[in-house]
Design a protein around this ligand. Structure first.
Ligand SMILES: *[C@@H]1O[C@H](CO)[C@@H](O)[C@H](O)[C@H]1NC(C)=O
Ligand SMILES: *[C@@H]1O[C@H](CO)[C@@H](O)[C@H](O)[C@H]1NC(C)=O
Length: 359
């Protein structure tokens, strides 16, 4: 899929900031700041894997994708580009790494990376199993399979350097809380949010160690967003109160704090590892609470499938309710996911937070 890079200024800025550290990568025709992008996680970065499995959590129907480059639904949970797409744009990519389960993830296309993310997956494999998504452990198995395929396409020496210099992105945790923990009376009973967070962070730690063992050195991980500000969470747990649900936001913050300190430990334990926890919480909280500062009009409900406020569904269901005419005015595209316009605001801050990974 050919795409236009509409962020030349940001690429230029990154080039200047990185100075001579830049390596020109010939994996594709243009110059990219990393040879490949390899992504794991949930619907924040799924680019179509769920199109190929049997699950309720799909985004392969209109109006998803209506403002995307192709104006077609792809499986992205957005009207347009995801933050990961915008990151690829900023790093100089002219095509996006393919969803691993799609037919495009083959041959030379594998040279620029691939994407294993699956909507409704989490750190906890049980979350994904519950939602019939691809568990993180299975995503890791696919990654190992990918490495074998990559070695066949690139030769083992080049494959090794792609694996080492690639940017790895991991987004997970939202579904563990919103689609598992808060709904599971058993889990609720045996563990507090604090304990469940620690459990998830232990899985995260193992995952990073495994990835490092496989050769990865540059890993960017998204923190939890302000879960209590998501329209779907407000509908499910907010009982029509206005504003964000502070209890749920506190749980998310606590999780993020643990992620931060774990990342610091991992850097000490694993020589040569660069890892960043992208702070998604604060920029998104600001967007929701001061939308007009960023040019947005609506922040309390999604553009799609929300209708009269009480019908906010997790994902966009145009049959249940309408879709707004101009998603650019909305912070949220559906009950959980940001609009492309809000993703752009988020991407601009996250890319700056991630510069350390590229040096
Ligand atoms: C995690 O670290 C980032 C960057 O240092 C910081 O902005 C953020 O507030 C921290 N998050 C928490 C919950 O401590
Ligand atoms: C959509 O809204 C944005 C932001 O308010 C505005 O700049 C743009 O012109 C609008 N587009 C259309 C087609 O109305």
């Amino acid at each position: 899929m050919g795409i236009h890079n509409n962020k030349p200024a940001l690429v230029l800025l990154l080039l200047v900031l990185l100075g001579s550290a830049i390596r020109l990568n010939s994996a594709q025709d243009s110059t990219t700041l990393v040879p490949a992008i390899i992504t794991f996680g949930d619907s924040a970065s799924d680019v179509g894997n769920n199109d190929y499995i049997i699950t309720l959590f799909k985004a392969n129907y209109p109006p998803y994708g209506r403002d995307f480059v192709t104006h077609q639904p792809t499986g992205r949970f957005c009207n347009g580009k995801l933050v990961t797409d915008m990151t690829a744009d900023a790093l100089g990519f002219t095509t996006y790494p393919a969803a691993y389960l799609s037919p495009e993830a083959s041959g030379k296309n594998l040279l620029i990376g691939t994407n294993f993310a699956s909507a409704a997956a989490g750190y906890d494999d049980k979350t994904a199993i519950l939602n019939h998504a691809i568990p993180l452990s299975k995503q890791m198995q696919y990654y190992k399979e990918y490495k074998t395929k990559l070695a066949k396409v690139a030769g083992s020496q080049k494959a090794e350097s792609i694996i080492k210099d690639a940017l790895y992105i991991l987004s997970a945790g939202t579904a563990d809380f919103l689609q598992n923990y808060y709904f599971n009376p058993y889990l609720n009973k045996i563990s507090t949010p604090h304990q469940y967070s620690s459990y998830l962070v232990r899985i995260f730690t193992r995952f990073v160690k495994d990835l490092y063992g496989q050769g990865a050195r540059r890993i960017g991980v998204t923190s939890l967003p302000p879960l209590g500000c998501l329209p779907a969470a407000k509908t499910m747990f907010g009982f029509h109160k206005s504003g964000c649900i502070s209890k749920i936001n506190r749980d998310a913050k606590q999780f993020n704090k643990k992620m931060n300190s774990t990342a610091i430990q991992l850097r000490k334990q694993l020589p040569g590892l660069k890892i960043v926890i992208f702070d998604v919480f604060q920029p998104m909280y600001d967007l929701v609470n001061s939308p007009s500062d960023h040019g947005f009009v609506v922040a309390n409900q999604g553009c799609c499938g929300t209708g009269k406020g009480e019908t906010t569904s997790l994902f966009c269901n145009p049959k249940l309710a309408g879709t707004c005419s101009n998603a650019t005015e909305y912070v949220f595209w559906d009950g959980i996911h940001l609009s492309q316009a809000a993703n752009q605001v988020l991407a601009d801050t996250l890319i700056m937070q991630g510069i350390y990974l590229l040096g």
